[in-house]
Design a protein around this ligand. Structure first.
Ligand code: NAD
Length: 264
């Protein structure tokens, strides 16, 4: 493996090799090598869509915002992204008995496709849609329980309905993601806290570690006694408390490091 400035490759391999309950905490950066842009990449989603338009309240209030959101989702899935070497490495680490699961801020479902389990999705999933009710308030979905794969929305839009409603109760339907201004799904943070609190190693990968409260989860792991490794291509606010910081690309670093850890 090529050494990078300040990159203690043997140190990373040793931490992975000796871990028994590692938990990965991943962000948009783990999926850029699968072709899904993060928030800041040139050409990324938010350089073409205005985030202030895509709040939960705007979604509820505006049929136009809902129609634009379906178009955005369609674009998200259009290129059929697949897990990359970093997603696969984390699944292999788990399969070999070194890791206990993944907590992700991502909505792309690539960890599940790679074989990780459990995967705690703190910001929900774009692979499903859900009824959020007729007039949800305070950023809280208030639906009837209807859910469907994301393809349901695509089918409705293709059939000529730009703003599909719930087939059960007539409520609004939204991707099962946590939008700006939306409350996190109940129980999910608790599940993430439990997972990270039992970890012996937290591997933070491809996250700017700036979106709270999710970014507090690695800190909780450290407070509970876990070592912390940060793999990111730019500095993060948590670098100072990490046992090891690897400045590099997720797939290029994790793929070979996990392979070496599992060989030794
Ligand atoms: P972020 O965009 O704030 O940060 C991503 C970080 O990863 C950045 O620091 C970036 O420099 C780094 N990075 C990019 N490519 C990398 C690579 N190949 N290897 C290593 N580092 C890389 O993302 P975030 O911290 O996850 O938070 C933003 C929010 O964006 C999250 O809530 C998430 O829900 C949402 N989001 C998700 C997806 C997805 O599901 N794939 C995509 C875009 C945004």
């Amino acid at each position: 493996m090529q050494a990078m400035p300040g990159y203690d490759a043997p140190g990373l391999v040793e931490l992975l090799r000796t871990s028994r309950r590692a938990v990965a905490f991943t962000g948009a950066g783990i999926s850029t090598e699968s072709g899904i842009p993060d928030f800041r990449s040139p050409g990324g989603v938010w350089t073409r869509y205005d985030p202030s338009e895509y709040t939960f309240d705007r979604y509820v209030a505006s049929a136009q915002v809902r129609a634009n959101s379906w178009a955005m989702r369609r674009e998200f899935f259009a290129h059929n992204a697949q897990p990359n070497a970093a997603h696969r490495a984390l699944a292999q680490l788990e399969e070999a008995g070194h890791a206990a699961g993944v907590i992700t801020q991502n909505i792309d479902g690539l960890h599940q496709l790679a074989g990780s389990s459990p995967v705690v999705e703190v910001h929900g999933t774009a692979r499903e849609v859900m009824c959020i009710g007729l007039a949800p308030r305070d950023g809280t979905p208030d639906g009837c329980g209807f859910t469907a794969p994301y393809t349901w929305g695509e089918e409705q839009v293709e059939a000529g309905d730009p703003d599909p409603h719930c087939p059960v109760c007539g409520g609004l339907v939204k991707s099962a993601t946590v939008s700006f201004g939306q409350m996190l799904f109940p129980g999910v943070v608790q599940q993430a806290v439990e997972l990270v609190s039992a970890a012996d190693l937290v591997i933070a990968v491809g996250s700017s570690l700036q979106v709270f409260p999710a970014a507090d989860l690695p800190v909780q792991g450290v407070k509970a006694g876990a070592a912390l490794v940060i793999i990111n291509d730019e500095p993060t606010p948590l670098d100072g408390i990490a046992d090891l910081v690897v400045r590099g690309r997720a797939a290029e670093v994790l793929g070979p490091a996990v392979a070496e850890a599992l060989e030794s």
